[in-house]
Ligand binder design. Structure first.
Ligand SMILES: CC(C)(COP(=O)(O)OP(=O)(O)OC[C@H]1O[C@@H](n2cnc3c(N)ncnc32)[C@H](O)[C@@H]1OP(=O)(O)O)[C@@H](O)C(=O)NCCC(=O)NCCS
Length: 218
């Protein structure tokens, strides 16, 4: 059962979002600043995880995720070379702890870093969900648990009417998470990521409307 630990307005000004790339580009009709402020202080507790808005203290953990070739397999084709990468050209999110809409996931019991989730506004009342977890933590239902919590919060409290997600068609783990949280495949499009094996099968898009979400849960 999802528990919203904290939901209040932040005092600080809205944070810049300069590292969002590609599918995460900021839309002109993103949520108003006053809404982003309280979005950014929402802490969610699930049976195993605590999802807290990311902070600069998470920076090293985020960078280490990008060094794991398996974690980055369907995003970068392998580990990120931080000395050589041109962050203006990457199509995946590289959070550093300053970004709005990114939640750091830690084990509720120990506080150990697990990964991050994002629920990022991409249109009027539409949010895109994403996740990246440490390899050591795969296969324990954590991605499903965290994504479910964010979708529940997004529909139940944040006022979104649709949640979308995309991944390479060959990223079966990510697709299965989308399906398990009730999303449905809506289209496949060319991926334009030739350097990633399997990218020729395209990018798949999934979505769930608030009405479907309510129906599934009632
Ligand atoms: C994709 C990812 C988030 C899945 O995390 P996870 O915590 O292992 O997922 P869950 O344990 O919640 O598993 C959800 C379902 O996916 C399945 N699954 C997970 N990895 C899989 C894989 N590689 N191939 C096929 N199915 C897989 C699980 O078996 C489970 O389905 P089931 O209950 O029917 O058995 C994780 O592998 C990851 O962080 N990958 C690297 C980053 C990434 O690719 N992010 C998505 C980019 S769009």
């Amino acid at each position: 059962m999802l528990q919203i630990v904290e939901r209040e307005r932040a005092n600080s000004s809205s944070r810049a979002c300069s590292t969002f790339q590609g599918g995460f580009a900021i839309g002109s009709d993103r949520l108003a600043r006053s809404e982003t402020e309280w979005l950014n202080v929402t802490v969610l507790r699930t049976p195993n995880l605590l999802l807290r808005p990311c902070s600069s203290a998470d920076r090293d953990d985020f960078i280490n995720l990008e060094r794991d070739p398996e974690v980055m397999r369907f995003l970068n084709g392998g580990p990120v070379d931080h000395g050589a990468i041109d962050t203006r050209n990457v199509k995946f999110l590289m959070p550093r702890g300053e970004e709005p809409y990114v939640w750091t996931a830690r084990r509720g019991a120990s506080g150990e870093f697990v990964g991050w989730f994002c629920l990022y506004p991409v249109g009027r009342r539409i949010a895109e969900i994403g996740y990246r977890l440490r390899r050591e933590d795969w296969g324990q239902g954590f991605a499903t648990e965290g994504a479910n919590a964010l979708v529940e919060w997004g529909f139940g409290f944040a006022g979104y009417s649709k949640v979308v997600a995309s991944t390479l068609a060959v990223n079966h783990g990510s697709r299965r998470v989308m399906e398990k949280i009730g999303m449905r495949h809506v289209r496949t499009s060319p991926a334009d990521l030739d350097f990633i094996p399997g990218a020729e099968h395209g990018e798949v898009w999934y979505a769930i409307d608030r009405s479907n979400w309510v129906a599934v849960r009632s």
